[in-house]
Design a protein. Structure first.
Lengths: 424, 254, 681
């Protein structure tokens, strides 16, 4: 996959965290909103069979789990590190005997952020390697979604803003995905966030690709619709490689904006913020959609910026964060990407447990996990009802602000929620 | 006798250098016209102007009295002007026969891309084969017709160029130093071929040459260029005896 | 307004660094280094690694990276590759640098790992110091770039104009044979100037990384922006390269100035994809505008390329049949073109090497039988390989026959595939009908892409087609309906009446038939009058023109046909993937395909088949057959790029090399036999 694709997908990932992209149906075409046909979920839990009948990938002592993650190509830079977190969670489960007599064995495949290869990897894992279920941590997961659904394979992972995670009930993102009608089902959260932090005139800057531009345009629309604060300047056509923002900074300065929200690449977001500082423009609020990683704390342009997270900041030492820190090797960065891998692993273990540790089955996994009403991933976030939240736009995000080169949780460490907003 | 192809008062300047200065040359409706001159005299430039590869700063090119100065090389080819090149411009991997066939087809066959792609229909016909064979015979190339040209010696290559030029059924052929780099036997063969062009095919030929003797022996009339100007014009005998020509070639006569 | 202007000049200087390097490298070594940015990136991360991961003093690290590593890279590339391509046409050398471009990304990830360098440290102080000039903020990194650029440009001009070496360089470039008779060691001079080129790239990488980030994509895009300056400079004028780059920077920034932006908003809808795509496309629009101006309206220009002699091997030449007269026997399979001139259609068919068709027929029958059950995935991959092979055939037509290095074939494939998606979903067409319609629609688009550069020569064609690819990617590919928020548009497998081609076997067989048909069409074309015409225009434009052949028309035919074939391949590709997504059709993928096709031979449909199959199959061979992980998964990408370096040994491709090797063995064997019989007699 190319640099350009990397841009789009990284932006996509960031988009997801801030607002969650929506599904494919902007036109009236019906074929894109394929609802999950099989498998159907029943209202009650399915018990583990006794005596145990092994599903594919299972033996008395092992469960083979397939993992699809970009390991080559430019996209690897964004996703490969999730493996460290996933492996750490699997290590904990194996070593503490969370799955009874069985240990998890990971079978990792590379999709190079290419949807076609993602589909091929899924086929290989399922048909050749006979894995029990799949963990997907890739922006190209749509390449295999329909196939995996048709085979009733449980899938856990990171939604990265793809609508498939909200369409197929065999797919479980580690918390909650995006809505099904992307163009219209939105949230007031971005508007509310800026307002709460004291911003009144917003500058919204995005890149020239569809994901980033849509992100910005929807924020602008939401602000204009709610009429509580205003949009001072917006640009959604920044070239993907631009790091010199003098002109845009001048326009922001001239517009009198006191808040900035950006949807570009992390490199570009920081460059823009840095340019603003250089030009002496003081903003009350600067919001980045993603990039929570201790290694960025000292970069120019990061100080004072607000980052959105789909999980409780690690600084708050939730049980999940503590376990992550304990089980991840020192080489694994304590940041968003590896932690997402950990959380995906957490979801996997939960699904296996819900289907019955004595004899997990794919059917029970998909059915029972969906019935969980208070999913917190071991305290990583506030309880989520996996049945009612499915297919709906997530409204709540945790925010941290970089203060004196440290991530400081905002709002007392509580999640900040918006309300559903229908964009006209 | 009105000329078939003529340059009238052609001037060409490259930067500060005047390559051609008010040059007029005529190639009669039939017969061989010779063009000689020392190195740098402007012969190649004149050829470029006549064949449409170089636009003159001043003057005209006329074909049958019509002004073709602004015509593209392709258009001139359609009107019957053909040429060869001093530095061989052959189509490396094609065979000798290919060159002749292509030249013939460009002139005589209607383009049909669909037919070419689908491969239907007869590609060759008796007329084409006869014409091509005839040209190959004329140039003595029939024996090696299926050899790719990049493997041919220089002399043969020159003949291929002539064959290609002739195959377009031109009215006038411009030969650019065809004997350059050839040994005496090849030169003689070439001279015979050129004579045959005039006698058998009744073509008008403009022959630019370094080999003065060859031109004087072959041409019906000769023009001499030096430093971009015409310094003499006439029959071979007249040119032989011309003092200005002798000076140009040999320095001041003793 | 001043701020926007000055900001534009500063941004333009960044482009100028790259443009000057490119122009200088080209004018001194006749190599257009498509991998200039990649080399800059590689040296930059080498510097970062030395200075910040290994604690070396950063100036020392910079000096080593710039003056030891960069020239060594240049020397290595010269010795291994470019030395053997000194007489090859610029197009061949361009493709070699394309191979480099493809290879360096994977190489850097193998050597330095996949951990992204987050910081922006460089030679300057960190964090950078901020200054202000004429109200425009400037930081220390930018000042380093500006100052170094000017110094370098001045130093190079002095070098070229006033030193003996510089004189040798200019002489060598203009007339190598004359230069060598004058006592100039042409090889040393060419190597030296190429090494200066890579050193320039390395220096620019070290300087620019703190501004742009340590990501190879940043450098790729920088080079794209610099292409405008290169074109404005007509590949040879340093001042124009500088000025052109400044122009691009200024336009990009002035367009944000409120009065101008308001005018644009007044005229067009700013939220529309087409306007959004304008900003990133500006360098390409400027490039295309200058191409159109330079082309000299109406008159075809002719460059008698001194290197297109009949004795030098050429990327595009067919394998040479036997040279000796005795061995030339029409019955033994002469050069393909001869068939067109002497024999009827059926006799020709009979003479087609039966091996190829038999092999394909066998594959059609037996491959699905062997690859079933758990191996069915490989059959699926074979089908994918055939889709890519069809697209590769489009390279055979445009580059092999037309002699044009087109870098937007994948874009045509993408337009074809994405159109199929749209027609199926929005217009309820059947997949195969949509395919046919998409192919027809793409042809005029292909002609349009070709027009700006056709009269200007190979390198310009490459740049202009790249610009076209970028334009399409920035605009049409970004439409909501096309990219669909990253999910693409679902495409069903084809159906003819009751027969569905959804399974691996059926789809494989269908695409194999399509490939064979297209290969036959390509073969037909190669041997037809059109093929002869293209061979002629490839070899000598002047001779073709004076013969009455329209060069432009010939090239347009090649382009139009190749666009249609590419679109056909793209249509089947999206059917294989069952989804039409623009992300699959970005131009860097196409460069990989070009590199592989050229490696095996760009004149041969067999090479196209090999290229497609290798591309589809190799990554999975590495991961599932060889069970390699992590860094090793980058090796296929590296191999694809390096394969193009095989051009050095045989510019016509590996298939020709193999064939000639076999023929050489045959000849030697028969010669030995003759010797023995002669000795006996």
């Amino acid at each position: 996959m190319t640099a350009r694709g990397l841009r789009s997908t990284t932006a996509l990932a960031l988009v997801a965290i801030a607002l969650g992209a929506c599904s494919n149906d902007t036109k009236s075409s019906t074929t894109t909103t394929v609802k999950a046909g099989t498998p159907t979920t029943v209202a009650t839990k399915i018990a583990a069979p006794n005596p145990c009948v092994n599903d594919p990938g299972m033996t008395a002592s092992t469960i083979k789990i397939g993992v699809i993650v970009p390991q080559s190509g430019p996209g690897a830079l964004s996703f490969a590190d999730t493996l460290g977190g996933l492996k750490a969670r699997v290590d904990e489960a194996n070593q503490t005997g969370e799955l009874g007599s069985r240990k998890i064995v990971l079978d990792v495949a590379d999709d190079a952020t290419d949807p076609t290869r993602n589909g091929e990897a899924a086929r290989r894992l399922v048909e050749s390697d006979n894995v029990f279920s799949i963990v997907e941590m890739s922006s190209a997961a749509n390449g295999s979604a329909q196939y995996l659904n048709s085979k009733a394979i449980p899938v856990v992972g990171w939604h990265v803003g793809l609508a498939e995670w909200s369409t197929y009930t065999n797919m479980f993102t580690f918390r909650q995905g995006t809505s099904v009608d992307q163009a219209h089902d939105y949230t007031s959260r971005n508007n509310d966030l800026i307002k709460t932090l004291g911003g009144t005139k917003v500058a919204a800057i995005g890149g020239a690709n569809q994901a980033s531009a849509t992100f910005v345009q929807q924020i602008v629309k939401s602000i204009q619709q709610l009429k509580q604060i205003s949009v001072a300047y917006t640009a959604s056509d920044v070239p993907p490689d631009q790091t010199d923002f003098t002109s845009i900074v001048q326009r922001i300065k001239d517009s009198g904006a006191d808040a900035l929200i950006t949807g570009m690449d992390f490199l570009q977001n920081t460059a823009l913020s840095d340019s603003l500082t250089k030009a002496g423009v003081k903003l009350k609020v600067v919001v980045f959609p993603g990039g929570y990683d201790p290694r960025v704390l000292t970069l120019p342009g990061v100080e004072g910026a607000v980052f959105g997270l789909e999980f409780r900041p690690l600084e708050l030492h939730s049980p999940s964060a503590v376990a992550f820190d304990k089980w991840a090797p020192k080489s694994v960065v304590r940041g968003q990407i590896p932690y997402v891998g950990w959380l995906s692993g957490e979801t996997l273990i939960e699904g296996l447990k819900e289907s019955g540790v004595s004899c997990p089955t794919r059917k029970a996994f998909i059915n029972n996990l969906r019935l969980v009403t208070d999913w917190t991933a071991d305290g990583a976030f506030d309880p989520v009802n996996l049945t009612t939240s499915f297919g709906k736009q997530f409204q709540c995000v945790f925010y941290v602000r970089v203060t004196k080169a440290k991530f400081v949780p905002l709002f007392g460490g509580k999640q900040f929620c918006g309300n559903p907003l229908k964009l006209s | 006798m009105s000329a078939l192809l003529a340059a009238r008062g052609v001037t060409v300047r490259f930067g500060g250098v005047t390559a051609l200065d008010d040059v007029s040359v005529e190639v009669g409706p039939a017969g061989i016209s010779g063009l000689i001159g020392p190195n740098g005299a402007g012969k190649s430039t004149l050829f470029a102007v006549l064949s449409g590869l170089q636009r003159p700063g001043g003057g005209r090119v006329e074909l049958d009295g019509a002004d073709i100065t602004r015509h593209s090389p392709q258009r001139r080819a359609r009107l019957g002007v053909a040429r060869t090149f001093q530095r061989l411009e052959l189509f490396g991997e094609l065979t000798v026969r290919d060159h002749v066939v292509l030249a013939h087809r460009v002139r005589h066959q209607r383009r049909n891309l669909l037919r070419d792609l689908v491969g239907l229909g007869r590609r060759t016909n008796a007329t084409e084969t006869d014409a091509v064979d005839g040209t190959l015979e004329l140039l003595g190339l029939a024996a090696i017709a299926h050899q790719p040209v990049h493997s041919l010696p220089l002399g043969t290559g020159r003949l291929v160029e002539v064959a290609r030029a002739v195959a377009t059924d031109p009215r006038v052929v411009l030969l650019d130093e065809p004997s350059s780099g050839l040994d005496p036997s090849d030169t003689a063969r070439l001279a015979a071929v050129i004579a045959a062009l005039r006698d058998d095919r009744h073509l008008a030929v403009l022959l630019v040459e370094h080999d003065v003797e060859m031109v004087l022996g072959l041409a019906d009339d000769v023009t001499v260029l030096d430093f971009g100007r015409v310094i003499a014009r006439g029959t071979p005998d007249e040119i032989r005896g011309d003092a200005a020509v002798q000076t140009a070639y040999l320095g001041s006569a003793e | 307004m001043l701020i926007f202007l000055v900001a534009g000049l500063v941004a333009g200087c960044v482009y100028a660094v790259a443009a000057v390097g490119l122009v200088l490298t080209y004018s001194s070594s006749r190599i257009f280094n498509f991998a200039h940015g990649e080399i800059a990136f590689f040296v930059a991360i080498t510097f970062h690694w030395l200075a910040f991961s290994h604690g070396m003093n950063r100036f020392l690290a910079g000096a080593i990276a710039a003056f030891v590593v960069s020239p060594l890279i240049g020397l290595g590339l010269w010795a291994g590759l470019f030395r053997k391509l000194t007489h090859a046409p610029p197009a061949v050398r361009l493709v070699a640098t394309v191979g480099l471009f493809v290879a360096i990304g994977p190489l850097s990830r193998i050597v330095f790992g996949t951990e992204q360098i987050q910081d922006l440290r460089g030679l300057g102080p960190y964090p950078h110091h901020n200054y202000s000039w004429l109200g425009v903020p400037l930081d220390s990194d930018q000042i380093i770039v500006l100052v170094t650029t000017i110094l370098l440009a001045v130093a190079l001009v002095l070098l070229l104009r006033y030193t003996a070496f510089g004189l040798s360089v200019r002489a060598t470039v203009d007339a190598p044979s004359l230069a060598s008779t004058a006592g100039i060691n042409v090889a040393v001079v060419s190597a030296g100037s190429w090494m200066i080129g890579t050193t320039l790239a390395g220096i620019s990488g070290i300087m620019l990384a703190p501004l742009r980030g340590y990501l190879d994509s940043q450098f790729t895009f920088l080079i794209l922006g610099a292409f405008a300056g290169v074109v404005i400079a007509r590949m040879h004028s340093l001042p124009l390269a500088f000025a052109g780059s400044l122009l691009v920077g200024v336009v990009q920034n002035l367009i944000r100035w409120k009065p101008i932006e308001d005018v644009i908003n007044h005229v067009v809808n700013r939220d529309s994809v087409w306007v959004r795509g304008l900003q990133p496309s500006l360098p390409f629009l400027i490039m295309l505008a200058f191409l159109v101006c330079y082309r000299g309206l109406g008159r075809e220009r002719f460059v008698v390329d001194n290197r297109r002699g009949t004795e030098e091997p050429d990327l595009l030449a067919d394998a040479a049949p036997e040279a000796d007269v005795a061995a030339v026997d029409p019955a033994r399979g002469p050069s393909p073109s001869a068939d067109a001139t002497t024999v009827g259609r059926w006799r020709r068919l009979a003479r087609t090497p039966p091996g190829g068709l038999v092999f394909l027929a066998a594959a059609w029958l037996f491959l699905p039988l062997w690859l079933h059950g758990s191996r069915a995935l490989w059959l699926g991959l074979a089908g994918k390989g055939l889709c890519v092979a069809i697209i590769a055939l489009s390279y055979t037509v445009v580059a092999g026959e037309g002699g044009l290095i087109s870098l937007c074939q994948i874009t045509f494939a993408g337009i074809g595939g994405l159109l199929v998606g749209q027609l199926v979903v929005n217009n309820n067409m059947s997949v195969l009908a949509a395919t046919a319609l998409a192919v027809v629609i793409v042809v005029p688009i292909g002609l349009l892409a070709a027009l700006p550069s056709l009269r200007l020569g190979d390198l310009y064609v490459a740049l202009a087609t790249l610009a076209f690819a970028e334009l399409v990617q920035n605009t049409w590919f970004q439409l909501d309906g096309i990219s669909n928020f990253g999910s693409g548009v679902p495409v069903p497998r084809p159906k003819i009446g009751p027969i569905a081609f959804g399974g691996d076997t059926a789809f494989f067989r269908l695409v194999l038939i399509v490939f064979v048909l297209v290969a036959i069409v390509v073969r037909n074309m190669q041997r037809s009058t059109t093929g002869l015409t293209l061979a002629a225009t490839r070899s000598s434009e002047v001779a073709s023109a004076t013969m009455g052949i329209s060069i432009v028309r010939a090239k347009l035919v090649a382009f139009g046909l190749s666009a249609a074939i590419a679109a056909l391949g793209g249509a089947f590709y999206v059917q294989y993937a069952r989804v039409a997504q623009p992300i699959e059709f970005l131009w860097p993928f196409g460069l990989v395909w070009l590199a592989i096709v050229v490696t095996w031979g760009v004149r041969s449909p067999t090479a196209a088949l090999l290229a497609g199959t290798l591309y589809a199959v190799t990554p999975d061979v590495f991961s599932s057959l060889l069970h390699l992980q992590g860094k090793w998964l980058e090796v296929p990408g590296l191999m694809f790029g390096l394969g193009a370096l095989g051009l050095a040994r045989e510019p016509r491709g590996a298939l020709v090399q193999i064939r000639e090797g076999r023929r050489g063995k045959q000849r030697r064997r028969s010669a030995k036999r003759d010797q023995r019989t002669a000795a006996v007699a």
